[in-house]
Design a protein around this ligand. Sequence first.
Ligand code: DP6
Length: 331
Amino acid sequence: MNRAEIMAGWLPETATPKVSAEHFAPSNIALCKYWGKRDTELNLPVNASLSVSLDQLGSRTRVEPIESVSDEVWLNGMRQPADSRFASRVSAFIDLFRSRHPELAFRVHSVNNIPTAAGLASSASGFAALTKALDDAFGLGLSPTQQSVAARLGSGSACRSLFDGFVEWQMGVREDGLDSHGVRLEQTWPGLCIGLLKVDESEKSVDSRAGMQRTKETAHLYQSWPLQAAADLSRLQQAIETRDFALLGSVAEQNALSMHATMIASWPPLLYWQPGSVAAMQKVWRLRAEGLAVYFTMDAGPNLKLLFEAASRPALEAQFPGLEIVQPFGV
Ligand code: DP6
């Protein structure tokens, strides 16, 4: 089954865009990473993953039907060239919703309120917000689970950005991927903090999509990744259940480093770290040895996301000037 066939099942015969629509979706930080696909067309993962959504930080996306032969895609107030990677991915995603009306064109405005210094990927929140906006504009009335499946077709990690709080992306077993979507966990964790530590904000040369594919195809070490991720996922569930911060932090950090180990073992090698990334990791390890409960996670880039609890906040602000702190569950 291809992407269009999956969406077609949800499009009523009469689906026409009635209105403009605007929606917000949060960014999410994975504590157990999604790395590798068993189906590249449908973004079906090799492993289940678990993230925490960033409350008020994410993307606000507006779609409006326009009289034109092609879509217009704007990102943070700047019109994107139609052949840019972002604009073509957005247009290809809209195609899934307008398959019964291919003549329709849209203007899409997507604005990220993630601090620019954070170096956070925006495709997850962007595709989640776009999914909600298109669902609304076409009057489809998809459930949050269906929206999560649809958002996954745009970008895998977007399926977790349909929900607040802790979210598990269940990998599913079906070939059509209808059982591969985010599920919100009941538990909360007031006082859990994430610090966005910028090391370098230049554009990465190999994005997550290409990076995970290269890793899966070329790194023998990748064979151990599904086992590591499955073990980490259940330990994270236990940490969240019992609010065991040392367990949560240590599993998240080991999971991120294990993912990076598989990248480094790819060919050509993929090393997203800068000297500043390594220096920051060593500083975290030193502070931890001195008794400060702080851990980190990293995605396919050089920046760190520090994990700590509210009581450690003043100490960390002193150690890392410019740290952007978010509290996913409020105070
Ligand atoms: C390292 O969701 O951006 O951030 O499905 O190809 O769009 P595509 O990939 P994407 O990959 C995110 C990878 C990650 C880990 C994670 O967020 O789980």
